[in-house]
Design a protein around this ligand. Structure first.
Ligand code: USQ
Length: 447
């Protein structure tokens, strides 16, 4: 199948591209390296050195003989998106191409607007381009379990039947998200559902829980294929952070009491879930939601698990209850359903001690790269304007000379000393980008 992965440079996008390519799909990836720019701005570098997307695509081909096409461009640039979809003619589009962090969206006014404009515009452009050029393609969109928040009733998979004044109807499950980032996913969900209704597009909205894990079968093929793994207070998520903290010998940063309960899944289960959604597409016009997680834990339980495993490996980890920087309930009901992916055959990798153990061991190999100063939370949900600013370290001066349109080239120069021999198209011309990076495919027969 021809599968286009949006956000193919990221923590999940890159492993997903390799996973699908390894299973003989014809895979293309798109990214614009915006997240790499934000990492520099906020001084939040990934734990494991991650070479450029072009370099990793090259290594993947060297190691496996599988080809992944690659184009650099912005999903907010409609001409680029339409041209790329028209050239590659994907049968499935896996959409990871969004700003992925709740804390980032709460830093300040600029970043919350940036998050919502970037995420909502990009997705809307993808929907319009599908409508125009590949209406029978299947959009597999990465949404979030955080769209639901923590309601005092059980959470259904996307929809709930409500009886009111003697009449019944099925409605999207109420959304009470906890950050501007999660709100951007809610707005996406509404746009996608509407587009499926009016244009007869088909989409699976994967309401994903918190993903943990450093490695997949494909990243383990070669050290140069590693994925971008964060542990800092902005892009790192709880379990990944706790594992790094334990290895680095700093207290585990538990926010508040830690009684808040969240849904989790292993990175390998993310990849399999995406594959299952692709292999079992919805009908034209259908918008469906899968709750994509395998287990729920209180954050305190997680911290305790990491601490005890770390102790077995000789790391003396401690847990510190920090004042909660977020505005969230800590004592709450939490019972979300997640039957649909299990029904399609997902076999979860549960968070047994062995998994935590293997994460800790993998992280230990990179312990010398942990920057302790980026571990504490730096974003306060209810800070007054101007308060968040000074706490956020930036490298604006280094970046100010680099315009966004040339940023991709700048990353390439900086990281691998130039683009010799790599397909690295110029940035401004959408037509040329797609032509250089994405091979033209024959249009599939209309449905
Ligand atoms: N937390 C801590 N200590 C930390 C980091 C987080 O106690 O060092 C707590 C937070 O207060 C929160 C919980 O852990 O209650 C989860 O936080 P997180 O940073 O692991 O995850 P979050 O920012 O809520 O969002 C993440 C992903 C997002 C995904 C979402 C699923 O960033 O992409 O959509 O998980 S869900 O949890 O359902 O919102």
């Amino acid at each position: 199948m021809r599968i286009l992965v949006l956000g193919g440079d990221g923590y999940l996008g890159w492993p997903a591209a390799m996973y699908l390519s390894a299973r003989d799909h014809d895979v293309a990836v798109i990214d614009n390296f915006l997240k790499r720019r934000w990492e520099l701005e906020l001084n939040a570098q990934p734990l494991i050195p991650t070479s450029t997307l072009q370099k990793r695509v090259q290594v993947w081909e060297e190691v496996t003989n599988h080809h992944i096409s690659c184009a650099i461009g912005d999903l907010c640039d409609y001409e680029f998106v339409r041209t790329a979809l028209g050239r590659f003619r994907p049968e499935a589009i896996v959409h990871f191409g969004e700003q992925p962090s709740a804390p980032f969206s709460m830093v300040d006014q600029r970043r919350s607007v940036l998050t919502e404009v970037n995420n909502i515009t990009g997705t809307l452009n993808v929907l319009w381009a599908m409508h125009e050029v590949v209406p029978s393609a299947h959009l597999v969109k990465l949404g979030s379990m955080g769209e639901y928040g923590t309601p005092n009733i059980d959470i259904e998979e996307g929809f709930i039947e409500i009886e009111y004044h003697g009449r019944k109807g099925v409605f999207p499950f109420p959304k009470q998200p906890l950050s501007f980032y999660h709100l951007s996913k809610v707005h996406d969900s509404h746009n996608i559902m509407f587009a499926c209704g009016v244009w007869k597009l088909r989409s699976t909205d994967l309401h994903q829980g918190i993903v943990y894990g450093v490695a997949t079968d494909e990243t383990e093929c070669d050290a140069r294929l590693a994925t971008s793994f964060h542990y800092d207070g902005i892009f790192g998520t709880s379990l990944n952070r706790f594992c790094v903290q334990a290895v680095a010998g700093v207290p585990l940063t538990l926010y508040g009491s830690g009684s808040q309960t969240r849904p989790f899944l292993n990175i390998r289960d993310t990849l399999r879930s995406v594959e299952l959604a692709i292999l079992n597409p919805p009908q034209a016009g259908e918008y469906r939601v899968f709750n994509q997680f395998t287990e729920t834990f209180s954050i305190l339980e997680l911290a305790e698990t990491v601490r005890s495993q770390a102790e077995k490996l000789g790391c003396a980890a401690t847990i510190e209850h920090l004042p909660n920087p977020r505005v969230e309930e800590e004592e709450h009901h939490y019972c979300p359903r997640h039957q649909k992916l299990l029904g399609l055959g997902l076999e979860p990798h549960l968070l047994s001690d062995v998994l935590v153990d293997s994460m800790l061991v993998a992280i230990r190999n990179h312990a010398h790269r942990v920057r302790r100063e980026s571990i504490l939370p730096r974003v306060q949900w209810d800070s007054t304007p101007g308060m968040a600013g000074p706490a956020i370290e930036t490298r604006q001066s280094e970046l100010s000379a680099v315009s966004m349109s040339r940023f991709s080239e700048w990353v390439l120069q900086r990281d691998v000393g130039g683009g010799a021999g790599m397909r690295f198209p110029p940035t401004a011309d959408g037509e040329k980008l797609a032509a250089d990076g994405l091979e033209e495919k024959a249009a599939p027969k209309a449905d």
